[in-house]
Design a protein around this ligand. Structure first.
Ligand code: 13P
Ligand code: SF4
Length: 331
């Protein structure tokens, strides 16, 4: 029987925060749990996480966990990736309804059709895809390594799914032909150019940092384009006291915490309901019950792992395909 909290999970707001935080730490230890959280999670969830990061950082962390349980606070594809990279651990996903709408825009049969239409092309799947889609891919990428992944391939054509904006962004930095798919992240797509222009007018010294899932018109005027983790590094280094951040609004929580003394301005409508599906009470309950658990069929784990492993191998500077398109990374 896992150890429980000394107050009902739903009533955490009536407890002093220091007590809540201490209880979380006690449960993590007693139940052998590590808490991983994406940068867009609710502030209180981020505040009890052992590691907060972008999709790549979370996948790497998940692969290195030595505790028995990974409590994953993010969206479905991220929790699946944790299962894929560390299948002997129990991956607890506090609310199974936390599902990324962009990842749901592409499925394995559709990707198989694209592959039939472009048999010479390599397939690069954004990590924001289901494990079944990753099985069909040659290699995965995240927003922080997409250019590097595509340019490392010997192929002249590359299918990139599902985010059209990430594909168009990568196309700017490669001679290969990038075949895009019409998927999108509504959070980033809906960041409005006119609003960004207005804010730039109000803060003329503030650099504009843009996520590659944003529309090309925003990329065109960005001072820096980066994944959420890249935004942290940039903000630490940049001298400006005010920075305009074109990504999901909760990013400002971690930025305020880790880069104090600066003002981070986010944009209207940049709110991801999927990422906010996990309530803090869900996290507390999951810590108590060690459920719900994410599972995948073994063959899906093996197939998806090949694509993620190739991406991680590239990050270590290894060659994953030889010219002639034969994969050299361990399958
Ligand atoms: P990164 O944190 O990897 O930049 O991904 C952004 C995103 O939209 C995740 O849902
Ligand atoms: Fe999906 Fe976009 Fe939300 Fe990320 S921010 S989980 S890509 S909808």
């Amino acid at each position: 029987m896992p150890t429980g909290l000394d107050f009902p999970a739903r009533e955490w707001r009536s407890q002093p925060w220091a007590h809540v935080a201490a209880e979380v730490e006690r449960l993590k230890k007693a139940n052998d749990v590590v808490v991983l959280a994406h940068n867009y999670q609710r502030p209180e969830v981020q505040d009890v996480a052992d590691y907060i990061g972008d999709s790549l950082g979370l996948a790497i962390q998940a692969s290195e966990v030595d505790k028995q349980h990974i409590l994953f606070c993010g969206v479905d594809f991220m929790a699946e990736s944790a299962v894929v990279v560390n299948p002997t651990k129990r991956v607890i996903f506090p609310n199974l309804r936390a599902s990324c709408p962009m990842a749901a825009m592409i499925d394995a049969p559709t990707l198989r059709l694209m592959k039939q239409q472009h048999p010479e092309a390599a397939v690069v799947a954004y990590v924001n895809t289901s494990a079944e889609v990753k099985v069909e891919a040659d290699v995965c990428c995240t927003s922080s390594n997409a250019i590097k992944v595509v340019n490392s391939l010997p192929h002249n054509e590359v299918i990139m799914v599902p985010d059209v904006n990430l594909g168009l962004y990568v196309q700017r930095f490669t001679d290969k032909k990038v075949l895009t798919y019409p998927g999108y992240c509504h959070v980033h797509r809906d960041i409005d150019l006119a609003e960004v222009r207005t804010r730039q007018g109000e803060f003329p010294q503030a650099p504009l940092v843009v996520h590659p899932e944003c529309n090309p018109e925003l990329i065109d005027i960005a001072d820096f384009v980066a994944s959420t983790e890249g935004m942290i590094h940039y903000s630490r280094k940049h001298a400006s006291k005010t920075i305009l951040i074109a990504t999901e609004q909760e990013m400002s929580h971690r930025l305020q915490r880790e880069v104090p003394g600066k003002r981070f301005i986010t944009f209207k409508r940049s709110y991801c309901h999927a990422q906010k599906t996990i309530q803090f009470s869900d996290v507390l309950q999951a810590l108590e019950t060690l459920e719900p658990v994410v599972t995948l069929p073994t063959e899906t784990i093996v197939g998806a792992r090949r694509s993620i492993d190739r991406m991680l191998a590239l990050g270590r500077g290894e060659i994953i395909f030889e010219r002639g398109a034969a994969p050299v990374a361990p399958a």
